[in-house]
Design a protein. Structure first.
Length: 423
């Protein structure tokens, strides 16, 4: 029996060589990162990305046809190169999921100056390490598909080609298409029409459609009541904070070890106070706040405390009810339940399309753009008369979807066909 230990780079190559090659490609990306910095996506816009993609695919095919029996080409289409390449790429992806990403450089003045910045990991998807590893994995995937064509073809090969070709198309389309992806923000006030958006470089750009904001609506959750520590501002009890959500059927309750009774609830109120008094009265104009009149008692409170708490608005200040030197009752800002923009979109071709846009319910225009509900005037909150939209144009999305549907089709085919029976 031969127990001679195989040396590194001695044929046939195994996992050690696979990790060395994958790490070498990552090291090459690191060196390019130091010399050139992060890749500028704008440099690879259409048609440059089309040319790169075509040359890459043609290059793989020509190399395989000329060198299909070469040991290196055969190794690159095997498991000993595939698993190490995927492991190194997954390591980079894990790092990307752990540290914050600053893809929009206009949103940050300066990137942190640490080891992650040296490797370009604060903008991982445009770093040389990530891009080179992705193309290395795609090269392995391409050679694997081509090598499979050398086998005797049966109907069972359909599942293999759907899975691997689908992954190749989705992966390559996602990389090449990232440079053509456009994201802009557009602000428009109620009753007005706007067709100018702001891109990632804070430049004003005209988009091929106009948005008219017909109405904007915000729905809030019921007001809440909490007790806070006067010294730290934290909600009590510190270990397990308790929050009361207003319920007209539950106006007497225990909260943080104290007995509370809701005496009056004014949904739209004005709060006027001076150094001695707090006056609260109904107010049905824009800028009104929410107020609760409460009575608080308990074992640690000698005399019941009665007064108003309010979460305030852009017109009226927040009002906190002082109980003792350590504790106060407060009403946090009400959480937003949902907000919706009713819009009319006008296209250059003269079409008008009306639709309601909410978070996670975007609108797709005939020009291939998607309009997402992004934000509103956070100072006015429920009285906001302005809506902020995010406009997204991804011309490569259909390519990625084709790859994904091929993957799903391959999975279904393998499930239906089942494993090959041995005679």
């Amino acid at each position: 029996m031969n127990n001679k230990k195989r040396k590194i780079w001695e044929q046939p190559w195994g996992y050690k060589e696979g990790f060395i090659v994958a790490s070498g490609i990552a090291l090459t990306g690191f060196l390019l990162q130091q010399v050139l910095g992060n890749i500028a996506p704008a440099s690879f816009n259409y048609p440059v990305n089309i040319i790169i993609g075509a040359l890459f695919v043609i290059g793989i095919i020509i190399l395989f046809l000329l060198l299909k029996n070469n040991k290196i080409i055969r190794w690159l289409s095997g498991v000993y190169s595939t698993i190490p390449a995927i492991c190194v790429l997954l390591g980079v992806i894990v790092v990307m999921g752990i540290i914050p990403q600053f893809l929009d450089t206009s949103m940050v003045k300066e990137l942190p100056n640490d080891v992650f910045n040296i490797f370009g990991f604060y903008q991982t998807t445009t770093s040389w390490i990530f891009i080179l590893l992705c193309f290395y994995v795609l090269t392995i995937l391409g050679f694997t598909i081509l090598r499979r064509t050398q086998r005797k073809q049966t109907w069972r090969e359909i599942g293999f080609y759907l899975n691997h070709a689908g992954l190749f198309i989705a992966f390559l389309g996602g990389i090449l298409g990232s440079s053509d992806l456009q994201k802009m923000s557009l602000r428009v006030s109620e009753g007005n029409v706007e067709w100018r958006a702001v891109d990632s470089n804070n430049e004003i750009v005209e988009v091929p459609f106009a948005i008219q904001l017909d109405t904007f609506m915000i729905e809030e959750y019921p007001p809440t009541l909490v007790f806070i520590d006067n010294h730290t501002g934290k909600i009590l009890p510190a270990k397990k904070p308790e929050i009361y959500h207003y319920d007209e059927n539950n106006t007497k309750f225990d909260l943080a070890g104290k007995k509370v009774e809701i005496l009056q609830y004014i949904r739209s109120a004005a709060v006027v106070k001076d150094s001695l008094h707090v006056n609260v009265f109904p107010y049905f104009e824009e800028g009104a706040t929410t107020a609760l009149k409460v009575r608080i008692s308990g074992n640690n409170i000698s005399n019941p405390v009665e007064g108003w708490v309010s979460n305030g608005s852009y017109m009226f200040p927040q009002n906190v009810l002082y109980i003792d030197e350590n504790v106060s009752a407060a009403m946090p800002v009400q959480d937003i339940k949902r907000y919706q923009s009713d819009v009319t979109v006008f296209t250059k071709s003269g079409q008008a399309k009306r639709e309601s846009i909410e978070v996670n319910k975007p609108m797709t225009t005939v020009e291939g753009w998607k309009i997402y509900q992004l934000s509103y005037d956070i100072e006015k909150v429920k009285y906001s008369d302005m809506s902020i939209f995010e406009l997204v144009h991804d011309p490569w999305q259909s390519v990625v979807y084709i790859g994904i549907f091929m993957l799903l089709g391959g999975a279904v085919f393998l499930f239906v066909a089942g494993p090959k029976k041995r005679e």
